[in-house]
Design a protein around this ligand. Structure first.
Ligand SMILES: NC(=O)c1ccc[n+]([C@@H]2O[C@H](COP(=O)([O-])OP(=O)(O)OC[C@H]3O[C@@H](n4cnc5c(N)ncnc54)[C@H](O)[C@@H]3O)[C@@H](O)[C@H]2O)c1
Length: 319
């Protein structure tokens, strides 16, 4: 259906980038992937992600830092860029590590935008984040809600999103930003809460919960995130940003209860103080994405959770 398209996926070895690359290849696209394989988490996991398509004849891989690679030759042959590369994670973004966030989230995006301004026909889809909103008192977050990030990570994602918008408004680089809300499913990053909770349940380990567990999150299943990217490419409306969530949320305590039920194991919960930069609640209003690009998330939280548990049982080699 999408044959003849050549796409660039930055961060193609990561959690979301690897799923996106696989989907694009399955749709008949050719994919150029760039990933530096940062050691924010074990690069062996990223190599494992890559192994799903590294030998596909329509895939070309560059292990490189976006800030260093010559992008001109690559951009010249693609029709769409999915910019997933970033240093992720809220908690690690404080202190000395911040320079990595500036390098990978802001400067790398700037480098890409500079290359794209010479190729205005190339569509850009930027992976933004719900963390651009910060700690809102609103029950639902709308794209028009106040943007007030409360973590250094959120500040860098908002900077990159705004930078891309400035390149659209002034230099006609056609960008659409997708604000992802907590993504889960097979290959989820090991630093993410859900991964840690499931691992603790499967291995009978203690788990630290930051805060009282009543904080709420909107969890979005990976295939819904990927579908949103495909829709944003097909119905590309430059200058727009869309919330990409499930549209509902639940407390961390409820999530822990569900993991216990699905695994049949009790989780040893240790409650600790709230982490800096963590927000109390996220819930996406997805009406705008539904209306303008036809986004309609399909996966139930329970089924998605079961898929992630099954995947982790295998990857952690548990019975
Ligand atoms: N996972 C989520 O819940 C979530 C939520 C909101 C937004 N996002 C955004 O989605 C994107 C993908 O997130 P993920 O969870 O897959 O993270 P990930 O860490 O698994 O993937 C990101 C990949 O980018 C690569 N990378 C980082 N800096 C690079 C650079 N300078 N040059 C080349 N490659 C580089 C890393 O090596 C990594 O493999 C990120 O932009 C993230 O901010 C993710």
């Amino acid at each position: 259906m999408l044959k003849s398209k050549v796409c660039l996926v930055t961060g193609c070895a990561g959690f979301i980038g690897s799923h996106l690359t696989e989907r694009l290849l399955a749709e008949g696209c050719s994919v150029v992937g760039i990933d530096v394989l940062r050691d924010y988490y074990d690069p062996a996991i990223k190599k494992q992600n890559l192994s799903n398509f590294i030998n596909n004849k329509d895939f070309e891989f560059h292990q490189a830092d976006l800030n260093k690679i010559d992008l001109n030759g690559i951009i010249g042959k693609v029709t769409c860029v999915f910019h997933e590369a970033a240093q992720a994670g809220v908690r690690a973004s404080w202190g000395e590590e911040f320079n990595i966030y500036v390098n990978d989230n802001i400067l790398a995006t700037h480098k890409l935008l500079e290359a794209l301004k010479e190729h205005k026909e190339v569509k850009l889809i930027f992976a933004s984040s719900s963390s651009v909103y910060g700690d809102s008192a609103q029950d639902q977050l709308f794209e028009s809600s106040v943007l007030n990030p409360v973590s250094p990570y959120g500040v860098t994602k908002l900077s990159a999103e705004k930078l891309a918008l400035v390149y659209w408004q002034n230099l006609q680089v056609p960008v659409v930003s997708l604000r992802y809300f907590t993504v889960f499913g097979p290959r989820q990053r090991p630093d993410m809460g859900l991964y840690k909770f499931i691992k603790a349940a499967l291995l009978n380990e203690e788990i630290v919960i930051y805060g009282d567990g009543n904080q709420k999150r909107d969890f979005t299943y990976i295939t819904d995130i990927i579908e949103a990217n495909i829709l944003a490419m097909k119905n590309h409306i430059p200058g727009e940003c869309f919330n990409i969530g499930s549209g509902s949320n639940q407390t961390i305590n409820d999530v822990l209860d569900k993991i216990e039920k699905l695994t049949g194991n009790k989780i040893k919960r240790v409650y600790s103080t709230k982490a800096r930069g963590d927000v109390n609640s996220t819930r996406a209003n997805i009406g705008n994405a539904h209306k303008k690009i036809g986004y309609d998330p399909k996966m139930s939280f329970e089924k998605g959770l079961m898929n992630q548990i099954d995947y982790m049982r295998k990857s952690l080699k548990i019975g």
